[in-house]
Design a protein around this ligand. Structure first.
Ligand SMILES: *Cc1c(COP(=O)(O)O)cnc(C)c1O
Length: 383
């Protein structure tokens, strides 16, 4: 049986994200980590969960990491903890994954969509200010903003925080795609007033199922989040002092993440090299992704822009090269969100991006020979 990457290096199907290559690198370590959990049997909140929380907090330089069941919950639990609900507006970018806005609606608050910047694809602080005005005009109380680090690049935290401070907004960093990236020397999971990330398998640091974590320096907030993730537990688990939910990270997933975290810095560097190679080879052909000054990306996606996007995708597909469109529809145009407010001057950048973006295969184990094939195909598609 050929393995998944080597024989197809020169022809055949390319992997969009090659988790099998990482699995080969980790060898028996994952199996051993899982076997240890099977042996001790503490599948819920076992010792690996606390160990992972300590390592994650240290990695990002925060006092607390609170593991939870998913990246979606890593945004939902902070909203619950803060008591954000009906009558509150939470500003979100229109160009992001559905979870960013969905959690706002889930707590009964109103997502208000703002536009993004054409260069970084991230929330435009000017549009944030305009969206706050839109929320006020609609009779809502602007309570928070969720800044998304799209495709692995930090949002403009300086610009966003300046606007947020002036209007007394709580800043939630949606670092689901950016874990390990830095903004002015600070980890994205340490940005904003609170940050959440995802360990979905395809994220830069992924487990083998669902998982997430929340980061805060506030002891009281950390205690609140730990209560909410186990049904609002109080002094013991059968005393419920608030409405919570079930949002624990499985011990097995924590054990897997502990192993993956060891090679993560090395993988970030490998991703950076792959992105630099794409940049060099494609910058004269398509709009390559721009990383803002003072920021680093973990390249969750490598996303180009071209007006001939659909043609390019078909051209690559015919050559065995998978691509993806994140996101084909901006959230304010999705049926589920159609009735929520959009910033007064609309989100034309988000709309244009959804017609032009194309994400290329991107992972730390992308070999130069395979990458050259992808580069040649992209150049052939748009020339
Ligand atoms: C993946 C993702 C989430 C949600 O994470 P899950 O672990 O899939 O629940 C939230 N926001 C963004 C921007 C994401 O990419």
């Amino acid at each position: 049986m050929p393995t998944k990457t080597e024989p197809r290096a020169k022809s055949g199907e390319v992997a969009f994200i090659d988790l099998a290559a990482q699995r080969r690198r980790l060898g028996g370590r994952i199996d051993e980590a899982i076997a240890r959990v099977l042996a001790h049997g503490r599948f819920i909140m076992g010792p690996e969960v606390a160990a992972l929380e300590d390592e994650l907090a240290e990695f990002v330089g925060m006092r607390h990491a609170v593991a939870c069941a998913s990246g979606t919950d890593a945004l939902l639990l902070p909203l619950m903890a803060k008591g954000i609900g009906p009558g509150d507006a939470v500003i979100v970018p229109a160009f992001t994954f559905a979870a960013t806005a969905e959690v706002v609606a889930l707590v009964g608050a109103t997502p208000v969509f703002a536009d993004v910047r054409p260069d970084t694809f991230n929330l435009d602080p000017e549009s944030l200010a305009a969206a706050i005005a839109t929320a006020n005009a609609t009779g809502l109380r602007p309570a928070a903003v969720i800044a998304v680090d799209l495709f692995g690049q930090p949002a403009d935290y300086k610009g966003i925080e300046t606007v947020a401070r002036a209007h007394d907004l709580w800043v939630i960093a949606d670092a689901a795609q950016s874990f390990g990236a830095q903004s002015d020397g600070k980890q994205t999971a340490a940005c904003g007033d609170i940050a959440g990330t995802s360990f979905f398998p395809a994220k830069p640091l992924g487990c083998y199922g669902d998982g997430g974590a929340i980061f805060t320096n506030d002891d009281g907030m950390a205690a609140l989040l730990k209560s909410i993730r186990v049904h609002g537990g109080g002094k013991d688990k059968y005393t419920n002092v608030r409405i919570g939910t079930n949002s624990r990270l499985d011990t097995i997933q924590a054990a897997i993440l502990l192993e993956k975290l060891r090679i993560f810095p090395d993988e970030i560097e490998a991703r950076r090299k792959v992105a630099a190679r794409y940049n060099d080879a494609l910058a004269d052909t398509v709009a390559t992704p721009a990383v803002a000054g003072g920021a680093t990306s973990v390249w969750a996606q490598y996303t180009i822009r071209t007006p001939r996007r659909d043609h390019a995708a078909a051209h690559l597909k015919a050559r065995g090269i998978p691509t993806a469109v994140y996101y084909p529809t901006p959230l304010h145009q999705q049926p589920a969100f159609a009735n929520y407010p959009v910033v007064e001057n609309g989100a034309p950048v988000a709309e244009e991006l959804s017609n032009q973006v194309l994400s290329l295969p991107m992972h730390p184990y992308l070999e130069p020979v395979v990458q050259d094939r992808i580069i040649d195909a992209v150049r052939g598609a748009v020339s």
